[in-house]
Every structure is written in structure tokens, then in C-alpha cells.
Design a protein around this ligand. Structure first.
Ligand SMILES: [Zn+2]
Length: 481
């Protein structure tokens, strides 16, 4: 059986976080009533003229710099012509031969080491409107509605080189790309709101071959999981076809999430002809290098650099550093904590264990959270001082998240103070010894495991409030005495 190599390239669309649209002053706010954020310009009415939003150009350059691209001196906008109801002008303003950014890269950390994935280009274009079909899908829909609120929102398209070699690498690339765009504040990258979307190109070739195989394009993948699953399916499908001796045809496919398969939408013989031409209403833009340098100066430390610094500066394992730097907010939260608490590893453990159990920083952000770094630091200090045990600490943490109350107040209000008083503990220890003769004789016969059970019984009797170290000491004393 022939060995195949997988070739993947990704096209990622990210909506920019500008306040207003690309060519008019309409709001870009998400989730408003349909068609309330529209004007003659973004509806493409005759006689209107677009005015370029310079913030969108700035954000595109910002993205280009963060992704190691060369920024163009001169760039222009072109009309991409096609007829579809979500596009009232019957053309989309995009960039054809002179995009704003070219030739960048992203380094991804694979199991086999770091791999550099090329970025071919980043261009700026306008978003289309949104169609809603009555019924389950476009085929057989009784009617369709269109919402133009989204039409005209600035969008960047980031086109990778075909450098990705597995669905897993594609996911790593997307993770890294998403967190970079979020760090630099140009996009919120919310896939569930459609502000980040992905198309994937995939082909197979025999190992050692130089040319590319016949490729399929999978459109509109709307979650990272969908990207990975769709690509995994395509690898299997294309390999099976090739092994059966079939001739593949370049095509465009749709990922059917429910059935877990890709479905052919059209073959490339019917390829779209967009008849690009320069937009006569928009002047070419000259980009001053001084402006590019000003933008460069505002770029914060990026995820990869921050991850490496976390390993160096705080002696964290790579795994911890990776997770903590997924979002800028989370990394800031961690660093705020270690400013007030000198031991980074427990801080990292509590964030990764308890905090990330209740919040997903990539999706919801930490903004809605009722607790601050001071809350976590105070809790860690209470544990260190022996005021509460680690296990009670977890309950206090949950209460803190729910109410935003300080841990001291929760401990006081709920009477959760750790019991370290020897007399008080000894009475409970003696009771447990008396109640569990089997475990006691096991322990005395050399089965040291029995001690763990007895410690557990004392902890249970004190609702987790006993100081576990003291319980251990007293039990050993009681059993051997
Ligand atoms: Zn408008």
C-alpha cells in the first residue's frame, strides 16, 4: 500500500473589532435587530460613495506585523463580482493583486518540535450580509430572509501556504492564530458568532512526490473541532479513492456535522469567475513606513514569547505555560497573582484546576468573573497559614466564584476554619479507632494502606476541616500507643 503525505492550506476569515463598518459609519455591534445597522452606502444604493475606515487598515497592518508579514507600500481595493442576495451591490470590495500584507509565518509547537507555517497573504475586505433560510437548509427552504447588519463589517482573510501536514497541525495553527489575533486586539475571534471562520484546502500525494495532488476545498467550518474532524474525514476519503485507483476531481465540499462526512457542493470545472477589477471609487492607498513603525510599537508581547518567558521567569512546565498564555487576560491574571504571591506553581495549579473548570478564557473571557487576583492570593495564603485545608480551599474557591466574596469572609461566615487543636482532634481520632477495629488490626499487621482509610474517616467526621498532617500524626500515635 502506498504511503501518502497530507497537504493542507487554510483560509481564515476574521472580523475586525472596529466600532464602525469598512466604508460607512454604521455600527458593527453584534446581535442587534435585523437591518437596523444599515445605510445607503452599505446597502450599495446607486449614487453612494465608500469612505475607507482607516482603523480597519491599521488593524490589518497590526495583524500582519504580529504574523511576521511584509507590509505593502502601496495597496488597493478591487471589486470581486458575483451575484448573491447577501451582497446587494453584486460585488464585494476585496483586494486582489496588492494585498496589505504578504509572506508571513506562524511557528507551531508540534510533538516533533517547532514547525514554521508560511502565510501567503492577508487582505482586507468587506463582510457580506447574512441569509436565514426558513426550514433546515437552503435546499427546499420555503423562503429566505436577509439581514444586512453584518454587510460591510471589515474582514481580514489570512491565507496560509500549503505547509500543514496533518489535521492536528491545522488545529495547532488555528489555536496559535486565534490567540495572536486576540492578544493584539484586532478580532474577538468568536466562532459561535461567526467572527472567525475557516475554509480548508486538502490534497494527498505519494510520499516523495514533488507536485500537488488533486485538492478539495471544505467551506465554512465553524468550529476548530469541525475543522479537525472534516480534515480527518477527507484524509480517509481521498486515500480510499486513490487506493481504489479512482481519479479525483477538484471540488468544493460542505462538512455535514451531523453525519460526520463531507458532501460535494460543486466541482471546480464550474469555477467562479469573479472578474476582479480595481474599484474606481476607492483610491489606491500609500502606506508610510513611519505609520507601520508606530503600529509596530503598540504590539504587545505575543503568546509564543510570553509562553517562553513564563517557562524562564517562573520555572513553569511547558504545559502550564501553554495553557496560561492561551489568552492575554488569563496570562495577565496569572502575573497579577504572582506579583503578590511568590510561589508561581501553586498559582498555576489553582488557575488550571479550579478557575478553568468554571470559565473558558477563549470563549467567555474573564470579564464576567466575580473574582480578582487578590481573591486567589488571599485564598492561597489562608491555606499556607493552616487556617483552612486544601480541600476546604476548593469549596471556598467555588463560593468565591459564585459570590465574589473574599475568602476570609467566606471562611468566617461558614465556620470553615481548620481544626488544629490537638485535644479536639485526639477525641475524634480515638472515636475513629474505636469504630474501625478491622482497619486498626490491618494496620497493626503491617498493612499501612489502612492508615489512609482511617485518615479519611477523621476528615469525614470533621467535614474536611481537620488539619490532615496533625490527623496523620495523632493516628499513628494512637495506633502504635
Ligand atoms: Zn452603512
Amino acid at each position: 500500500m502506498a504511503e501518502y503525505e497530507v497537504i493542507i492550506g487554510l483560509e481564515v476569515h476574521a472580523e475586525l473589532l472596529t466600532q464602525s463598518k469598512l466604508f460607512c459609519r454604521c455600527s458593527t455591534k453584534f446581535g442587534q435587530e435585523p437591518n437596523t445597522q444599515v445605510c445607503p452606502v452599505c446597502l450599495g444604493l446607486p449614487g453612494t460613495l465608500p469612505v475607507l475606515n482607516s482603523k480597519a487598515v491599521e488593524y490589518t497592518i497590526r495583524a500582519g506585523l504580529a504574523l511576521n508579514c511584509t507590509i505593502a507600500d502601496i495597496s488597493k481595493f478591487d471589486r470581486k463580482n458575483y451575484f448573491y442576495p447577501d451582497l446587494p451591490k453584486a460585488y464585494q470590495v476585496s483586494q486582489f493583486d496588492l494585498p496589505l500584507c504578504r509572506e508571513g509565518y506562524i511557528d507551531i509547537a508540534t510533538e516533533g518540535g517547532s514547525r514554521r507555517i508560511g502565510i501567503n497573504r492577508i487582505h482586507l475586505e468587506e463582510e457580506a450580509g447574512k441569509l436565514m433560510h426558513a426550514g433546515d437548509n437552503i435546499v427546499g427552504a420555503e423562503y429566505s430572509l436577509v439581514d444586512y447588519n453584518r454587510g460591510g463589517i471589515p474582514l481580514i482573510e489570512i491565507v496560509s501556504e500549503p505547509d500543514l501536514r496533518s489535521p492536528e497541525e491545522a488545529r495547532l495553527y488555528l489555536d496559535q492564530l486565534k490567540s495572536t489575533l486576540q492578544y493584539i486586539g484586532v478580532s474577538d475571534c468568536k466562532m459561535q458568532e461567526g467572527s472567525l471562520r475557516c475554509d480548508a484546502n486538502i490534497s494527498l500525494r505519494r510520499k516523495g512526490e514533488r507536485g500537488f495532488g488533486v485538492k478539495s476545498e471544505i467551506k465554512n467550518l465553524n468550529s476548530f473541532r469541525a475543522v479537525q474532524r472534516a480534515l480527518e474525514y477527507e484524509v480517509k476519503r481521498q486515500r480510499a479513492e486513490l487506493e481504489a485507483g479512482a481519479t479525483l476531481i477538484p471540488d468544493t465540499r460542505h462538512w455535514d456535522e451531523e453525519r460526520g462526512i463531507t458532501v460535494q457542493m460543486r466541482t471546480k470545472e464550474e469555477a467562479d469567475d469573479y472578474r476582479y477589477f480595481p474599484d474606481p471609487d476607492l483610491m489606491p492607498i500609500t502606506i508610510e513606513s513611519s505609520w507601520v513603525e508606530e503600529i509596530r510599537a503598540t504590539i504587545p508581547e505575543l503568546p509564543q514569547a510570553r509562553r517562553e518567558r513564563f517557562i524562564q521567569e517562573y520555572q513553569l512546565p511547558e504545559y502550564d505555560a501553554q495553557i496560561l498564555t492561551v489568552s492575554r487576560e488569563l496570562a495577565d491574571f496569572f502575573e497579577e497573582c504572582v506579583k503578590e504571591y511568590a510561589d508561581p506553581k501553586p498559582v498555576s495549579n489553582w488557575i488550571m484546576g479550579e478557575l478553568l473548570r468554571v470559565v473558558n478564557p477563549a470563549e467567555d473571557g474573564l470579564g464576567a468573573l466575580a473574582i480578582t487576583p487578590t481573591h486567589l492570593v488571599s485564598l492561597l495564603k489562608l491555606i499556607d497559614e493552616g487556617t483552612i485545608s486544601g480541600s476546604v480551599g476548593k469549596d471556598v474557591f467555588a463560593e468565591m466564584i459564585a459570590t465574589g466574596n473574599m475568602p476570609e469572609d467566606i471562611v468566617a461566615a461558614k465556620g470553615l476554619k481548620q481544626i488544629s487543636d490537638v485535644d479536639e482532634l485526639m477525641a475524634i481520632v480515638e472515636q475513629v479507632i474505636a469504630d474501625n477495629p478491622k482497619s486498626v488490626s490491618d494496620y497493626r499487621a503491617g498493612k499501612t494502606k489502612a492508615l489512609g482509610f482511617l485518615v479519611g474517616q477523621v476528615m469525614r467526621a470533621t467535614k474536611g476541616q481537620a488539619n490532615p498532617q496533625k490527623v496523620n500524626e495523632l493516628l499513628v500515635k494512637g495506633l502504635e500507643g
